[in-house]
Design a protein around this ligand. Structure first.
Ligand code: AHR
Length: 493
């Protein structure tokens, strides 16, 4: 039998709000994320609301998506926004050089994206083009979206049917500027950032929250240089971290993996905690008052794309293993909510670790979607610090605690505890000390599957779906929870 896991919740030490934007999404003009995923157009036989496919829209509405990043990714640094406004039949076409070399007809542009965000009630996060765009082009985009004045861009927007400006807070000045966004050095990008960001103006009551294009993974020097050189000019710096085996060769199948590959996956996903800590330590050095935020604006699993899918479309299946990565990562982001104020999983539909997969008129929700749904209650709640004592899973020299836990308290006093038993073979008994909290009843939801490789298909959409969880029993001082192997549980009190 396993030694019981001990969880102590220190409600008396609670101080940080879990920014709802940690539960953010990322949408790129990549594969069928936009076309076929979010957007089918008004004339499609696929049921739609003003061109947005109804099934996907409703699923996202239910998730209460807080923020969505667009139009990339790598695509953002080749995107020329003016090609995506005005009458659709007149919009310029382009080749999507980054993703599959397909023709992009620009039928989904600024209006279509910002209107979608309004309809979903989420904040838009725009990624501006630094790599191949001009300062003027970026400045005019901000003006077009947010100015209510008598100005050429505001008038052009009005001419295109939108009288009032949109609210756009989150604005990224470039994406992966060390790579697909221009192959710049940290010094060069910092100088460029100063220039581009100067002309991203605040119009009227719209205040931009400017985001510098941050590091990938272990590139601590990038964060150091940006903090030193442009710390006074940005509101946040981003970080990208994928659970990915490498950038050349096979990344492994999304659905067929060995027990060792599973252990690699969870230990690699867990390593983001160390990466976050190290980037935060650098930020603390330059910004001890915590004024600059860290945004993990791309994260998730990256496997070989599904056999037979269009090259460059990054379409992958999503199993219970991916759900484990989501549960573990979100628990980690919550823990660092003092500095980590946003995270955007890559990507919302049909790309990488997606919430939703579509095929023509068919749609299926992935295990990852359900994790986001079960974790919704953490959004904007106060994080409750906690300790977990448990056995570890190991892969070579890498380790991860077998049970990952996060807890929060919302404004109404409701408590949410999310737990993931990463051990795919053994159940765990978890002894939770709640002596600092008044708890009178508990209800729960569980996500698990027949195997760690279980997944949903269009024909079998319910292989992995949440069910009522009855394995939590309140005691005098807390609660005893029996977590089945490979399960994710959300407990509400
Ligand atoms: O999410 C896919 C790609 O990964 C993005 O376009 C890019 O920013 C990153 O390398």
């Amino acid at each position: 039998a396993q030694t019981p896991v001990k969880v102590s919740i220190h409600a008396d030490q609670a101080k940080n709000k879990i920014s709802k934007e940690i539960y953010g999404q990322f949408s790129e003009h990549l594969g069928t994320c936009i076309y076929g995923g979010l957007w089918v157009g008004e004339n499609s036989p696929i049921p739609n609301i003003k061109g947005y496919r109804t099934d996907v829209f409703n699923a996202l509405k239910d998730l209460q998506v807080p923020v969505m990043r667009w139009p990339g990714g790598c695509f953002a640094d080749e995107y020329h926004w003016m090609d995506g406004i005005g009458p659709k039949e007149k919009r310029a076409k382009m080749v999507n050089n980054n993703w599959g070399g397909v023709v992009e007809d620009n039928s989904f542009g600024t209006h279509e994206f910002l209107n979608l965000c309004e309809m979903l009630g989420c904040e838009p996060y725009i990624s501006g083009n630094v790599g191949s765009g001009s300062v003027e082009e970026m400045a005019k985009w901000v003006e077009y979206m947010t100015s209510d004045g008598e100005s050429p861009m505001a008038n052009l927007r009005r001419q295109n049917g939108r009288e009032k400006p949109w609210n756009v807070k989150f604005f990224g000045v470039g994406n992966e500027s060390w790579g697909c966004g221009g192959n710049m050095t940290a010094d060069y990008y910092s100088d460029i950032y100063r220039r581009y960001s100067t002309y991203c103006r605040d119009f009227g009551s719209n205040h931009l929250y400017k985001i510098a294009s941050g590091a990938s993974d272990y590139d601590y020097n990038w964060t150091d240089v940006l903090m030193k050189k442009i710390g006074d000019k940005m509101k946040a710096v981003s970080l990208h971290y994928y659970t990915c085996k490498g950038w050349s060769g096979s990344k492994g199948s999304a659905t067929k993996f060995t027990p060792e590959e599973y252990l690699w996956t969870v230990t690699k996903a867990a390593e983001i905690e160390d990466v976050i800590k190290k980037h935060i330590a650098i930020m603390d050095k330059y910004d001890p008052k915590n004024k600059i935020d860290l945004l993990v604006d791309e994260w998730g699993t990256w496997w070989d794309q599904e056999p037979g899918s269009h090259p460059g479309f990054l379409y992958q299946q999503n199993t219970m293993r991916d759900a484990m990565v989501a549960a573990l990562s979100l628990n980690i982001f919550n823990k660092y909510s003092e500095r980590v104020k946003m995270a955007n999983i890559a990507q919302v539909v049909n790309v990488l670790q997606a919430m939703i997969l579509t095929d023509g008129p068919k749609m299926v929700l992935t295990p990852t979607y359900y994790v986001f749904k079960m974790y919704k209650g953490h959004m904007d709640a106060t994080e409750l610090p906690l300790d977990v004592q448990c056995a570890e899973l190991t892969y070579n020299d890498k380790k991860v605690p077998a049970v990952s836990v996060s807890a929060s308290k919302n404004a109404k006093g409701g408590i949410l505890i999310t737990m993931a038993n990463l051990d795919k073979d053994n159940a765990q008994t978890v002894d939770v000390d709640l002596s600092n909290l008044k708890v009178s009843k508990v209800s729960g939801t569980i996500l698990t599957g027949k195997g760690i490789d279980s997944y949903n298909t269009f024909d079998k959409p319910d292989e992995v779906k949440p069910a009522e969880f009855k394995g939590a029993k309140l005691t005098k001082t807390g609660m005893i929870v029996t977590l089945p192997a490979k399960s994710i549980v959300a407990l509400e009190m």
